[in-house]
Write a protein that binds this ligand. Structure first.
Ligand SMILES: C[S@@+](CC[C@H](N)C(=O)[O-])C[C@H]1O[C@@H](n2cnc3c(N)ncnc32)[C@H](O)[C@@H]1O
Length: 433
């Protein structure tokens, strides 16, 4: 397919998403089934276009002064891909399979309109009902912060020090143009192209042998700031597929006891294979059975309970722009209740002098600072460890990292704009001895 024909296909897919109200992934799959002639390169390119339109959904419609799929695609080519009106006109030449030529109005909009006079939720491409929450955390910077949360994310890897060394993996992944991430000493970054094609890290020898894991640098840093150490008893309470469990295991260097569990046994399914590939031998996965508490034998004995909390995932919008527009207020309410349950459960598991690391991949204050403040209100035997103290694990990068983050009395927040990571909040809560 020509680049112009891919644009026409993307417009078709966006029309289906709009009219049938289906998730982007489903609409793309259905398009692929109906157009079997399209090769994998075409599909990846069309998928990249569709997701980029979702990233810039509101701002593209604003600059084009029209919300039709074609208008949003044209606006996105300017805002996300940086094409000027002439370059866009050259793609839309009306030839067979290409979109129709630009109208006078479309050309004028592409030349002259910007988002500088748009309301924050349009310039930042987020649902209007979240404006108050984003204003609370980012103030006048909310449009810029949200715009960074809309842009395409790189692919980050964590080197598993149980099996490999960062310098060596950096060398062996040179063909993927991997570079070191700015903050995490274990992080490697691969910048993804506009066609959103996966560079196939799962087929790399380093991955197959357990030397690397896919993990955003923000997630790596959140695990690091928990300060897990060799010899400790550590509980990963919301372990899910085990992303944090694997990072904790490497920090513990195979020494001590690492217990991983989750309220939902289905979420834990991938963890066994991942632990085995990563060479982790000190982890005990506790799969819940019926109503029985899988941690009933543990009472105030853990050095560290890590809560990778169920949350709205607003910090990961750049990886899932479709979810951003589907988010509803009811989902936030449910997550807040889950977070309270997990925090209160953790409080009973931690020993005096131990700590809870409370982590979300959200930027919304009710899930972050406000949730921690309420927890301290319920549990006066806990205090917040100052963010500067928790971040000292980054050694010489501590000051620069702290300056890049948002800090409150309750914890610190990373964002795509400030730290180049997904949005992650972490609070380390110390239980009085
Ligand atoms: C953000 S995900 C975990 C991701 C995982 N830690 C990782 O790094 O791959 C949150 C998890 O919390 C679990 N969960 C929700 N409420 C819980 C609760 N009260 N106690 C324990 N787990 C809970 C969910 O089933 C979900 O798997």
């Amino acid at each position: 397919m020509t680049p112009a024909a891919r644009l026409s296909a993307a417009i078709e897919v966006i029309e289906a998403i709009d009219s049938e109200r289906v998730p982007a992934a489903k609409a793309l799959k259905e398009w692929g089934t109906a157009h079997r002639f399209a090769g994998s390169g075409d599909r990846a390119a069309i998928s990249g276009l569709v997701y980029d339109v979702l990233r810039r959904q509101a701002s593209s419609a604003w600059i084009m002064d029209a919300a039709a799929p074609r208008s949003r695609l044209l606006g996105m080519l300017k805002l996300e891909r940086g094409l000027d009106a002439d370059a866009i006109a050259a793609l839309c030449d009306g030839s067979r399979f290409a979109p129709a030529p630009l109208s006078e109005g479309e050309r004028a909009a592409l030349v002259s309109r910007t988002v500088t006079d748009a309301p924050a939720h349009i310039a930042g491409d987020y649902p209007e009902w979240l404006d108050g929450y984003l204003a609370d955390v980012f103030g006048d910077d909310r449009a810029a912060e949200a715009a960074a949360m809309a842009s395409r994310a790189p692919l980050d890897l964590r080197v598993n020090t149980l099996k490999a060394k960062p310098e060596k993996v950096l060398g062996s992944l040179r063909h993927l143009n991997a570079t070191a991430t700015p903050w995490s000493p274990l992080g490697l970054r691969i910048t993804l192209g506009a066609d959103a094609r996966n560079p196939g890290v799962h087929a790399e020898e380093d991955f197959i042998k357990g030397g690397i894991e896919v993990q955003d640098e923000g997630s790596q840093l959140a695990a690091m700031l928990s300060g897990a150490k060799p010899g400790e008893q550590v509980i990963d309470l919301c372990a899910g597929a085990g992303g944090k469990t694997l990072a904790l295991a490497a920090m513990m260097q195979g020494r001590g006891r690492l217990i991983a569990t989750d309220r939902d046994k289905r979420q834990l399914a991938p963890i066994h294979e991942r632990l085995s590939r990563a060479g982790v031998h000190n982890a005990d996965v506790r799969t819940p059975k019926g109503a029985d508490d899988p941690l009933s034998d543990i009472r105030a004995s853990a050095d560290l309970v890590l809560i990778d909390a169920p949350c709205t995932g607003t910090g990961t919008w750049r990886r899932n722009p479709d979810a951003k527009w589907r988010m509803r207020a009811g989902a936030l309410e449910v997550r807040l209740k889950d977070q309270i349950e997990a925090l209160d459960r953790a409080a009973a598991l931690v020993k005096p002098g131990g700590r809870i690391a409370y982590i979300t991949c959200s930027v919304l204050p009710p899930e972050n600072s406000e949730q921690v403040r309420k927890f301290i209100g319920r549990h006066s035997d806990f205090t917040v460890t100052p963010p500067a103290q928790a971040a000292s694990v980054l050694w010489d990068k501590t000051d620069e990292f702290l300056a890049a983050t948002y800090q409150s009395d309750e914890g610190l927040l990373m964002t795509p704009r400030r730290t180049g990571t997904d949005g992650f909040f972490i609070s380390v809560l110390h239980k009085k001895a």
